[in-house]
Design a binder for this molecule. Structure first.
Ligand SMILES: NC(=O)c1ccc[n+]([C@@H]2O[C@H](COP(=O)([O-])OP(=O)(O)OC[C@H]3O[C@@H](n4cnc5c(N)ncnc54)[C@H](O)[C@@H]3O)[C@@H](O)[C@H]2O)c1
Length: 270
């Protein structure tokens, strides 16, 4: 399958985890990719491994000039920008809101929120001349409900869902689609570094399907939204969480041995 033949795509945070899986999948389907990340060793190694279809540029997504430079490198080396994946992220400020400093708040928001604003802004400027393009940003289940992440992370990820809706309405007339993906727990260096020895088991135990969600599972959703398969989808946040945010475990009344048609006035409990 070569859904991305002759497509040029920037992936921020592409040196690790979900971003790395996205880069590998995109190149596997024919794309040329700029990996825009702070991690120089991992970024260079990945680009080298993938060959002429991938370039690495050390990029701090919180700096406007760096985001501009990543897109400019792609245009110079590969041609028009067709896709932008705003994926770079950190857990950021943790702990009680009563103890969270303004500095920790600002730093977290700059990576998780400002960077997505910058990515959409500059991708849209580059794409408007093509008359088409697709942008996908990483939200989280913490972006669609409370209690799934630290406070500032939750605030920022709700913002990603919001800017996705807002920007999609402006950019549709330019042929640019804007979507987001909202993963639940995924086994990546981010979650492996949270201090739990058995991250895979913890993630699997919190997954209604009972298996740990892997970076490639999220990359599949990102590639779908970038592709022409999603040509009528914009402003959407695709939640990929095995059903955690829609109820999680099966409700008891799904488990009866005999299917019973309830009469008016009856309840499942009898
Ligand atoms: N892993 C999960 O369970 C999970 C769940 C929901 C959402 N997400 C989101 O998915 C995205 C990717 O997370 P991941 O789990 O793959 O994490 P990861 O730590 O494996 O990868 C994140 C990458 O972002 C890069 N990065 C961080 N700050 C940067 C900056 N200022 N400039 C450029 N690059 C920077 C890091 O160097 C790293 O390579 C994040 O936005 C995260 O919030 C992850």
């Amino acid at each position: 399958m070569a859904r991305f033949k002759d497509r040029n795509i920037v992936v921020t945070g592409g040196a690790s985890g979900i971003g790395e899986a996205t880069v590998r999948a995109l190149v596997g389907e024919g794309a040329s990719v700029v990996i825009a990340d702070l991690q120089e060793d991992r970024g260079h190694a990945l680009a080298e491994e993938l060959g002429e279809s991938a370039l690495f540029l050390r990029t701090d997504v919180t700096a406007e000039e760096d985001v501009v430079a990543a897109i400019a490198l792609l245009q110079e080396r590969f041609g028009a920008l067709h896709g932008m994946v705003n994926n770079a992220g950190v857990v950021g400020a943790v702990g009680s809101i009563m103890e969270t400093s303004v500095e920790a708040y600002e730093r977290t928001m700059s990576i998780l929120s400002r960077a997505v604003f910058l990515g959409i802004k500059h991708a849209a400027r580059a794409m408007r001349d093509n008359g088409s393009g697709a942008i996908v940003s990483l939200a989280s289940t913490a972006g669609v409900m409370g209690g799934h992440g630290p406070h500032v992370y939750t605030m920022a990820k709700h913002g990603v869902v919001g800017i996705t809706r807002s920007a999609s309405s402006e950019l549709a007339s330019l042929g640019i689609r804007v979507n987001a993906v909202a993963p639940g727990g995924v086994l990546t260096p981010m979650t492996e570094n949270l201090g739990q020895e058995n991250a895979r088991e913890v993630i699997a135990a919190n997954n209604p399907l009972g298996v740990a969600c892997m970076p490639g599972d999220i990359a599949s959703g990102i590639l779908f939204l970038l592709s022409d398969d999603a040509r009528q989808i914009s402003g959407h946040t695709l939640v990929i969480d095995a059903g955690v945010t829609t109820g999680g475990q099966p409700a008891a009344f799904h488990l009866g041995e005999t299917a019973t048609l309830l009469q008016a006035g009856e309840t499942a409990a009898g």
